[in-house]
Design a protein around this ligand. Structure first.
Ligand SMILES: NC(=O)C1=CN([C@@H]2O[C@H](COP(=O)(O)OP(=O)(O)OC[C@H]3O[C@@H](n4cnc5c(N)ncnc54)[C@H](O)[C@@H]3O)[C@@H](O)[C@H]2O)C=CC1
Ligand SMILES: O=C(O)[C@@H]1CCC=N1
Length: 286
């Protein structure tokens, strides 16, 4: 990595191992970045590795980056390697990284992993001693530039390494740094969170349909309401409690609705969902 005048490390080249949903979101973020550590990275500086020919063709076409079948085939040294394969095949992907002297030689890249459940010591044990690892837990809205990512540093990662990883995830949403023991909670809140919000939109749509709205109309209204409520909070900086009160007229419809929502256990349901996901994340990483 080079150092610019502001002493912030800049990235000149990167590899993405696993060009699926997350890998493509990361490719898109790094190639679109006009500021931050990835600002200078262009398609010619990036290589993607994926065993799926269809994936490779799609990625080459969409991003104009070079594609190879696996990490062992990467034919250049890079500054950062993003590990974006499923946890179940991470062993194999790391074995292929280890087969490549350009990736595990004297000048090792920074490794940034997005796999759920696998802890940084797992990577540090699989890679040569001294490997710098940053673990990230993004979510699916990353692919539309609106991700929420929690990150933590492995034992050998430097503050600059964390800043580099944050720079990427901030380009496609927001990024927060946490201790590794908080990663299960991050997974439970924001990693899995888009699915809870989807379930809420489904429920709001179905409730509207049960009142006689056409399902498409109810879905359009439910979706835009969730998007709009989140945008209002983000743009005004209001607390959700405050924004919620602004919707409520005394003796009006919203208070009647909220009363029923809370009486029937909405907060307890969300609490239970996050606790169950946190527990499952702990089991998966045990
Ligand atoms: N989908 C989600 O909501 C989230 C996923 N994650 C993590 O992101 C990682 C990737 O997930 P997705 O992108 O959703 O999966 P995906 O299935 O869309 O992409 C994985 C890609 O890895 C490729 N692959 C398999 N073996 C490989 C190998 N040895 N070398 C190179 N590529 C290989 C597959 O062909 C596939 O294209 C997972 O570890 C998951 O835990 C993290 C946060 C949220
Ligand atoms: O469901 C899962 O296990 C992964 C982690 C966060 C989102 N998807």
């Amino acid at each position: 990595m080079g150092t610019d005048a502001g002493h912030m490390h800049t990235v000149a080249s990167a590899a993405v191992i696993g060009a699926g949903t997350m890998g493509c979101a990361i490719l898109s973020g790094m190639l679109a970045a006009t500021e931050g550590p990835f600002a200078a990275v262009g398609p010619a500086d990036v290589v993607a590795a994926d065993p799926g020919q269809a994936h490779r063709d799609a990625v080459a076409e969409r991003f104009g980056v070079r594609c190879v079948a696996c990490a062992a085939d990467i034919d250049r040294a890079v500054d950062v390697v993003f590990l974006c394969v499923k946890p179940q095949v991470m062993d194999e992907a790391l074995r292929q990284v280890n087969e490549n002297p350009l990736l595990v030689g004297e000048r090792m890249p920074l490794f940034v992993t997005v796999a759920a459940g696998l802890k940084t010591p797992t990577y540090e044990a699989a890679l040569p001693a001294g490997a710098r690892v940053v673990r990230a837990m993004p979510n699916t809205p990353l692919s539309v530039g609106a991700g929420a990512t929690g990150l933590c540093a492995g034992a050998c990662a430097t503050a600059d390494d964390v800043a580099v990883a944050c720079g990427l995830f901030s380009a496609v949403g927001c990024a927060v740094v946490v201790e590794e023991d908080a990663m299960d909670a991050v997974c439970a809140v924001s990693g899995s969170g888009p699915a809870y919000v989807d379930a809420f939109i489904e429920a709001l749509r179905d409730a509207g349909a049960s009142l006689g709205l056409r399902a498409e109309v109810a879905e359009t209204l439910a979706l835009q309401t969730v998007l709009g409520a989140a945008k209002l909070l983000q743009e005004t900086g209001q607390a959700p409690e405050e924004a919620r009160r602004a919707v409520c007229s005394p003796g009006g419809t919203t208070l009647a609705g909220l009363d029923a929502l809370f009486r029937t256990g909405f907060q307890a349901s969300v609490q239970a969902a996050v606790a169950a996901a946190d527990q499952r994340s702990k089991e998966l990483s045990a």
